[in-house]
Ligand binder design. Structure first.
Ligand code: AOF
Ligand code: ZN
Length: 389
């Protein structure tokens, strides 16, 4: 395989970055294909696009196969631009490499190798052994990885990517002293959260939030602020709710809770004793025993189980100050997403996090601002935690 920078492309392939960008854009408009990665493919022949495709989810055709279907006989002699190395394995669907070869594709251009050990490097090897040239456009590597941050993370480390979402007032408060917190932010921000949920493999909360707020934590497609085209593109994956996960060491989640009584799978992590005593209120609810040192569910073990037993790529934590703080303290948060409403709640209202006992500013937990935007009437701030040396 030849690796090329955009600046190294000669005149005959000068439009390659345009096609690669298109393949990435197709992948990016897939809200989720969990547990699979979001993948896009463009087939080009004589400088014309003859087929496009994207992967919609497990068991459904991979991006290359969709694009080949569209191209038909025009795939003969075409160049395939794929946002991820084409697979060579028989999984839930057949190997894309063989489909590309059978259709007579002569070149494959990709930005990154698939980190899935079942696939990694094998797709490239198969293509080359069968006389298909493979090129890597290295300038697209970072962008291609960023489309599937959770899939990359799970394949490389065995843990999912964790986003922690919080909503607060201008003065960093999350509820009034009497507990009232509905709603801190406006409808724009709430619909943005729906999109975050829709893109996640699992939405995770704690028993405290279940008892206090009785949330459903589901995706309401009608509340998603996306175009009709994007709704159609994502019809299959949006019909599937993300897993809802509750950390509940003593298994106190009520059988009458909205979470348990709304559509979609629920996983409750608790201590082994409680799990063995408690009967699941339905087939869609699974109780899973997990390490609970000091009576608290061990967060790393939960994440490990979500990645390995439930194939979760991206986790959205929507919890109260205690569990949110515990995820941060354990260094398990990759992305902190704060919605800030332009309202003042005052010092008697409840804070975003509990006391820290800090004696010096130098010890304060520090973040880097990655992105700031206005969503409806509120501010959305995406931050990454700084790792302490
Ligand atoms: C591709 N094109 O569009 C996707 C790929 O078991 P399966 O059939 O669902 O395959 C899933 C694996 O295939 C997934 O873990 C990843 O390594 C790769 N995804 N590969 O050639 C695609 N979605
Ligand atoms: Zn494939």
């Amino acid at each position: 395989m030849k690796s090329l920078r955009n600046s190294e492309l000669d005149a005959s392939v000068i439009d390659w970055p345009v096609h690669m960008q298109r393949a990435l854009d197709l992948a990016r408009h897939v809200i989720t294909a969990t547990p699979n990665p979001r993948v896009g493919c463009v087939l080009v022949k004589d400088n014309e696009v003859v087929g496009e495709g994207w992967h919609r989810g497990p068991g459904l055709p991979h991006a290359e196969v969709v694009a080949l279907g569209q191209a038909g006989a025009n795939a003969e002699g075409a160049t395939a631009f794929v946002s991820l190395e084409p697979c060579a394995h028989q999984g839930r669907t057949g190997p894309c490499c063989e489909a590309l070869q059978a259709a007579g594709v002569k070149q494959v251009v990709l930005p990154i190798v698939d980190p899935n050990p079942q696939v990694s490097g094998k797709g490239i090897a198969f293509l080359e052994q069968n006389g298909i040239e493979v090129f890597r456009l290295s300038d697209f590597a970072a962008a291609a990885s960023s489309i599937n941050p959770g899939f990359m993370r799970r394949m490389e480390t065995g843990l999912p990517l964790v986003r922690l979402k919080l909503a607060m007032s201008l003065d960093g408060r999350t509820a009034l002293a009497n507990g009232e917190s509905k709603w801190i932010t406006g409808t724009g921000a709430r619909s943005d959260v729906q999109l975050l949920r829709a893109g996640s493999s699992a939405v995770l909360t704690g028993i405290g939030t279940v008892l206090a707020d009785d949330p459903q934590l589901n995706v309401r497609v009608e509340d998603l602020d996306i175009s009709e085209t994007q709704k159609l593109t994502n019809e299959t994956n949006l019909a599937k709710q993300p897993l809802r996960v509750v950390l509940d060491s003593q298994l106190h989640t009520p059988d009458t809770s909205k979470l348990v009584n709304s559509q979609g799978r629920v996983i409750i992590f608790g201590n082994a004793g409680s799990v063995s005593r408690r009967k699941a209120p339905g087939d869609h609810v699974e109780m899973v025993a997990v390490d609970c040192p000091d009576g608290r569910v061990d967060l790393r073990s939960v994440l490990h189980s979500l990645a390995t037993d439930f194939a979760c790529n991206e986790i959205l934590v929507e919890a109260g100050p205690t569990l949110s703080g515990a995820f941060l303290d354990a260094g398990l948060v990759d992305e902190l997403i704060i919605y800030m409403a332009p309202k003042i709640f005052g010092a008697d209202a409840r804070p975003l996090f509990g006391s820290t006992g800090l004696q010096s500013l130098a010890e304060a937990r520090q973040f880097t601002i990655e992105e700031v935007s206005v969503v409806g009437d509120d501010l959305k701030i995406i931050l990454s935690p700084q790792v302490k040396n």
